[in-house]
Design a protein around this ligand. Structure first.
Ligand SMILES: [Zn+2]
Length: 436
């Protein structure tokens, strides 16, 4: 794979730049990865200069160098996955970044394919080491992981600390507006406005980084399991003239070792001499993170946890209140005594029957086990929720037993077929009843 800067025109200030991606071993057609940066809720140029030292328009080459390194970070995992043997960068690259990326690649190769594979070569026209800027940033989507990062950071570091997060980065191009349909960008615009409202009172500046990097390998499973940490880190590299460290909120606690695209053993290998990439919150479970956020009402009031598409919810509600993620968050808030802020969930009730019947995966089951242990069963409401969660776990254990038998007897093919047939039958029944 060869990466080369294209279209230097208009790249001043890091606002726009494209990188040409030429595949070698895989013979795929040439692609272009673009990056655009927009600040939401503007700050005056003089305030910006005083705080960050970045004054006016910078040379286009400096922005291009950052974007080139960002694309190198973003392209690493797709290049390895598709069988490229090297990445040649037509430009100067940080020597530390090129070394770190070999480790990141080997870590992911070991996870996905086992040990013994050759490391991908990172070649460049030359090396150039740049000094880090002052200040800290956080990747920010408005969910529990990101809100916990921000809240925990503010609790640990004072206003004057260089570790205090001053910049937040919302990425447009994967997650919202990426795999999920958002053709007119309205979902992204609303999400950016919600994030801005969470961040502005804390003096944290919001940057939206728009990119088409998922075009390099459009595969949802690969993206989740191998790539989204690199994508987040890449977006931070685009803006690293404004800060020297960027934190990514963890999905899982560090003792969960299985492959995941953003992981405690992975993310720091996306660091360069001028940007330390940090993985935050890997010592906390989701319930513990919710506890941290619940201490910050202004963050809690605008939390975005729901995966149900926005068009399926009435306008004005951030979360449906009925999907697995919403229900787990509502249970956690109830057990923590934090209550539900007005307007956060479309459906406020927590029905035991609904909790029991919601499908679970291992992550959700672990969350229920932890919350059952945390419930104070001398409180009637807690006892009712704990009983519903125990019911859900019994259902989950039964489904796991059926899947184990299915794997032994049919190689795991019968259950998915039965599930699809059940859904089809359900749709037919609803049609007959006139509600489909
Ligand atoms: Zn929901």
């Amino acid at each position: 794979m060869i990466l080369e800067v294209d279209d230097l025109a208009g790249s001043g200030g890091g606002s726009c730049c494209e990188i040409v991606v030429r595949w070698e071993a895989t013979g795929r057609a040439e692609q272009r990865v673009g990056w655009r940066v927009e600040q939401i809720g503007g700050v005056s140029e003089s305030a910006e200069a005083a705080e960050t030292g970045v004054e006016g328009e910078e040379p286009a080459t400096a922005a291009a160098a950052r974007v080139l390194e960002a694309t190198l970070v973003a392209a690493l995992m797709p290049a390895i996955e598709l069988g490229e043997r090297r990445i040649l960068v037509r430009g100067r690259v940080c020597p530390l970044l090129s070394q770190n990326l070999r480790v990141a690649g080997l870590t992911m190769q070991g996870w996905r394919r086992g040990s013994g594979h050759a490391a991908i070569e990172i070649e460049a026209d030359g090396f150039e080491e740049r000094a880090p800027a002052d200040g800290a940033a956080a990747l920010f989507s408005g969910g529990v992981d990101a809100a916990c990062l921000l809240a925990d950071n503010a609790e640990r570091f004072g206003e004057a600390s260089p570790h205090r997060v001053r910049h937040a980065i919302l990425v447009d191009g994967f997650d919202i507006g990426g795999f999920h349909a958002d053709p007119d960008g309205s979902m992204m615009a609303r999400s950016a406005e919600t994030c801005r409202a969470m961040l502005a009172p804390r003096g944290v500046r919001l940057w939206v980084v728009r990119t088409n990097l998922i075009e390099l390998l459009r595969d949802n499973g690969f993206w989740e399991r191998a790539h989204h940490g690199a994508g987040c880190a890449a977006a931070a590299h685009v803006l690293k003239d404004r800060f020297g460290r960027a934190s990514i909120g963890s999905t899982f606690r560090a003792d969960r070792i299985e492959p995941w695209g953003s992981h405690a053993v992975m993310d720091h290998w996306f660091s360069s001499a001028d940007l330390s990439v940090l993985h935050h919150g890997a010592d906390l479970t989701r319930f513990e993170k919710t506890r941290v956020v619940s201490r910050h009402p202004e963050l809690l009031a605008r939390l975005q946890v729901c995966f149900v598409p926005e068009k399926a919810r009435p306008a004005g509600y951030l979360n449906c209140g009925r999907c697995g993620k919403c229900v787990r968050t509502k249970i956690a808030l109830e057990l923590l005594g934090a209550g539900q802020p007005e307007g956060l969930f479309q459906t406020r009730e927590l029905e035991g029957r609904h909790i029991e019947r919601l499908p679970l995966n291992e992550y959700g089951a672990a969350a229920y086990r932890e919350m059952i242990a945390a419930a104070d069963e001398s409180v009637a409401e807690h006892r009712r929720l704990a009983e519903a969660m125990r019911g859900a776990l019994r259902r989950y254990a039964r489904s796991q037993r059926v899947r184990r038998v299915d794997r032994a007897l049919s190689g795991g093919r019968a259950v998915p077929l039965a599930v699809r047939a059940g859904r089809r039958a359900g749709r037919e029944v609803r049609k007959l009843r006139g509600v489909g």
